[in-house]
Design a protein around this ligand. Structure first.
Ligand SMILES: Nc1ncnc2c1ncn2[C@@H]1O[C@H](COP(=O)(O)OP(=O)(O)O)[C@@H](O)[C@H]1O
Ligand SMILES: N[C@@H](CCOP(=O)(O)O)C(=O)O
Length: 324
């Protein structure tokens, strides 16, 4: 569930009075998501998402997210717009929280993507990366390679071992490896950094929206492809790799940005990095979220299994064979 702050219609009416968007007709908390409180808002004119930023989003980062989405929208990417009120303000306060009214995009997120849907997602990612080539704002990645060892330490050896025997040694060995080989010569740009299937809206085989940019940051651009690949190309538990979905995703991306030699050479490391990032954040949440909390904890081992897969160089070679 992701409604941490409750809102009544009166509060939303008062907020909407600042906008030219009509009167409130329906208000509903949205169960999906983990970071913020999200509400579906229907007015006499249109539909919106009302997001209240909870503790995991730093309000100081909101201007970066606003500018990023505006830049992408202006470049023709399918991303939601922050709505401005009559005074040109897009950031409000409601129930003591920073809040934004956001364009509602049609579509549903898929749980078992097809090759065609993966192709459309790869293309949307490539289009986004192309559009961000001239985006000048930056935001450090607080979950980048230098953050993984401290995060592993915060999980503690006992915590990691409580999830799986031997996990602690594996995680620290992976930190050693990735710190030594992380690429430093690839283009760095603004990236989404969390393009899981639940953050892509689809209508049929086509992407209708990319949402949830709250991990967006400046990073090695191809790392975004690695994150998306790791999220899309396996069964949810990470036991089964889907070669067709992988081929679809990579070819959609390559329609916009070529998988050049430097990118292909770095991908095995970037893919392992993506797995370690989600393995660690899930471990941290697993250890620190009470089992009876309202938020559902995600399985860390689903990303250890993906890490095992990518650590076998032959798998990545096969995946990229077509592009060499
Ligand atoms: N602009 C949007 N248009 C349509 N639905 C949206 C939009 N933004 C969010 N949602 C819905 O709200 C859910 C949670 O949003 P998300 O940004 O992923 O939350 P969180 O940041 O808490 O993870 C999404 O899964 C989607 O169903
Ligand atoms: N995608 C991450 C968790 C972040 O959740 P989101 O709802 O903000 O996308 C994971 O699967 O570990």
């Amino acid at each position: 569930m992701a409604v941490y702050t409750q809102l009544g219609p009166q509060q939303v009416d008062t907020l909407l009075a600042h906008y030219d968007v009509g009167k409130l007709v329906a208000l509903k908390g949205i169960a999906e998501g983990v970071e913020n409180s999200n509400f579906f808002v229907q007015t006499t004119q249109s539909r919106f998402i009302l997001t209240l930023y909870e503790n995991r989003v730093n309000p100081d980062d909101l201007p970066f997210f606003y500018a990023l989405l505006k830049h992408l929208h202006d470049a023709g990417c399918k991303v939601p717009q922050f709505i401005t009120d009559r005074d040109g303000q897009w950031l409000q306060t409601i129930a003591g929280r920073p809040a934004c009214l956001i364009e509602f995009l049609d579509g549903v997120s898929v749980t078992e993507p097809t090759e065609a849907q993966a192709h459309s997602t790869g293309a949307a990612l490539g289009h986004m990366h192309q559009a961000l080539a001239d985006f000048t704002l930056s935001r450090p990645n607080s979950l980048g390679v230098s953050a993984w060892r401290p995060l592993a330490s915060r999980c503690t050896v006992e915590g990691l071992e409580s999830i799986a025997t031997g996990l602690s040694a594996r995680v620290f060995a992976e930190c050693d490896y990735l710190e030594a080989y992380w690429p430093t010569d690839l283009p760095v740009a603004a990236i989404h950094a969390d393009l899981f299937p639940d953050n892509v809206l689809m209508l049929g085989d086509n992407v209708s929206g990319l949402i949830d940019f709250y991990f967006a940051c400046s990073e090695v651009r191809a790392y975004d492809l690695a994150v998306t690949h790791s999220a899309w190309c396996f069964s949810n538990d990470g036991t089964a790799f889907d070669a067709e979905v992988s081929a679809g995703l990579l070819s959609g991306y390559a329609d916009y940005l070529p998988l050049d030699t430097a990118t292909r050479e770095a991908l095995p490391i970037l893919l392992r990095g993506a797995c370690l990032r989600f393995l660690l954040t899930r471990c941290y949440d697993w250890i620190n979220t009470p089992a009876n909390a309202l938020v559902t904890r995600k399985d860390p081992l689903a990303f250890l299994r993906r890490l095992d897969f990518y650590s076998d160089g032959r798998h990545v070679e096969n995946m990229l064979g077509h592009y060499t």
